[in-house]
Structures are given as structure tokens and as C-alpha cells.
Design a protein around this ligand. Structure first.
Ligand SMILES: [Mg+2]
Length: 255
């Protein structure tokens, strides 16, 4: 919204000075979602789901597609089956999940992995500011690996202190478990964390973990929630501005 441009690595105390002293929260860590937040891979998941719908003799409605954004594969399959009006047992479901994951990997390999606008610069800026970082994704490790490889290559090294994939946490978003696991691994408090997400389930997970959440919509609409700041994109955001978001939310001033 109000881009100040690059070059202000840390939040100005003048802003926080308007808030009660006890509520000031220094930014300890930024926890990034992957698909649809850092990289333009969410559409591959959608395309693979639509391909599976065709395999099952139907077509997925846009509304159903929107409801699957950011969800676990088990939840996404439930949405798809209901949309198509088909019944599938547990064995079918596991086969369908594997099919969609493999198809997504194919589409990613063929179509390439692009950054979301502003994401690469923001991630680099957070690193340069000395703030801890984590990648927290519902995508399983085998599918996240090529994305991580791309990110690492572009930034000249792995920019994440911690990575938590969907098959490495005891529960999936909207459960807070993946974010809590990342915070514990980083050794940071939730009150000092900013989560960046593009989906409703991801936002719910971040808020339930106690973090402030920056919501950047890609394929899904967002409703206002306490602790959630919604922006149209990441372009022009600085690490200092992320720290300001945390202070404003902690002070109860809203955005
Ligand atoms: Mg996402």
C-alpha cells in the first residue's frame, strides 16, 4: 500500500513510540508460506486437480478450486469428490493424492517456477536485516525440494534457517502445528513472528500459532481478522515495514 522503497532495514522507533511500551514487539522471525506466497506454483496444484477431475469423468468448479487453495491434499480431495459427486474409498484417495502430486511435479518441471512479484527482493531484504526466516509449507518435501533448489540458486544460498514441509509436521494448516514447530526450531516467541500467507487456511494456522499474519491474496479472498494485515502484494515491502506491521498489530491499532 504505502511503499517507502528499499533502504530502511529496520523499523523506526518513532512509529512504535505512539504505542504502549509493553506492547512493543521486535521482529524476531518471518515465516513464509511457499505456494502462492513466494512462488507461482499454486496454479499447478489447481491444474493437476482439474486433470484428476477429468480422469474421474467430471470437471472441477471454480468455487471448489478456490476452496482447495492452501489446504492439505486430504481436504482438497474431499472438496473435489463432493464437487463431482463421486465416492472414493481410502485406497482410492491415497492413489488420487499421489496422482495429483506427481502431476503437479510434472507441470512444475515443464512450466518452471516463478517468484511471486516482490517475493525474491523481500526474502533477500529480511535476510540482509538479520531477521530469522522459515519456510512453512503444506507441500511434501519431495515436491518442495525443486522449489527450494530454485530459491537457493536465485539467492546464492539457502535463505531459510528452518524449513517445515507438510510431511514433517504432526498436523497440516489450519492447525498451528507447522508454525509452532518452525518457531520452536528457530527458538523464537510467537509474539515476535510475522507469518506471510496467501490462503485462508494458512492465515488461520499463523493466527492460531500466535503470530501476526500478513495476508497477500493470490487465488483466494480474505476476510478481516484480528492479527491479520492484508496487502495486495509484496512489491516494495522492506524488512523495516514488516517490523512495523508487528508493532501496529501488537499495539491494537489495526491497519
Ligand atoms: Mg499458499
Amino acid at each position: 500500500m504505502n511503499s517507502k522503497g528499499p533502504g530502511s532495514p529496520h523499523p523506526s522507533p518513532a512509529h512504535g513510540g505512539l504505542l504502549p511500551q509493553g506492547h512493543l514487539q521486535p521482529l524476531q522471525a518471518v515465516l513464509f508460506d511457499m505456494d502462492g506466497t513466494l512462488v507461482e506454483t499454486e496454479q499447478y496444484w489447481g491444474e493437476a486437480m482439474c486433470d484428476l477431475a477429468r480422469e474421474l469423468g467430471g470437471s472441477m468448479s471454480p468455487a471448489a478450486r478456490e476452496r482447495t487453495v492452501g489446504t492439505s491434499m486430504r481436504v482438497a480431495m474431499g472438496v473435489l469428490y463432493a464437487d463431482l459427486g463421486v465416492r472414493r474409498d481410502e485406497v482410492d484417495l491415497q492413489g488420487d493424492v499421489r496422482w495429483v502430486e506427481d502431476r503437479t511435479a510434472e507441470l512444475m518441471a515443464a512450466g518452471g517456477i516463478d517468484w511471486r512479484p516482490g517475493a525474491r527482493a523481500l526474502l533477500a531484504a529480511v535476510r540482509d536485516a538479520g531477521v530469522a526466516t522459515a519456510l512453512v509449507t503444506t507441500t511434501p518435501r519431495r515436491l518442495a525440494a525443486p522449489v527450494l533448489q530454485r530459491i537457493t540458486g536465485d539467492l546464492g544460498g539457502n535463505p531459510f534457517d528452518v524449513t517445515v514441509c507438510g510431511d514433517e509436521a504432526p498436523a497440516r494448516k489450519p492447525d498451528p502445528a507447522p508454525y509452532l514447530q518452525a518457531m520452536a526450531a528457530l527458538g523464537v516467541e510467537a509474539g515476535g513472528c510475522l507469518v506471510i500467507e496467501d490462503s485462508q487456511v494458512g492465515i488461520a494456522a499463523g493466527l492460531a500459532a500466535g503470530a501476526t499474519v500478513l495476508g497477500v491474496p493470490s487465488l483466494q479472498r480474505m476476510q478481516p481478522l484480528p492479527g491479520l494485515v492484508v496487502r495486495h502484494g509484496l512489491v516494495g515491502l522492506t524488512a523495516g515495514q514488516l517490523g512495523d506491521l508487528l508493532r501496529v498489530e501488537a499495539g491494537g491499532a489495526g491497519q
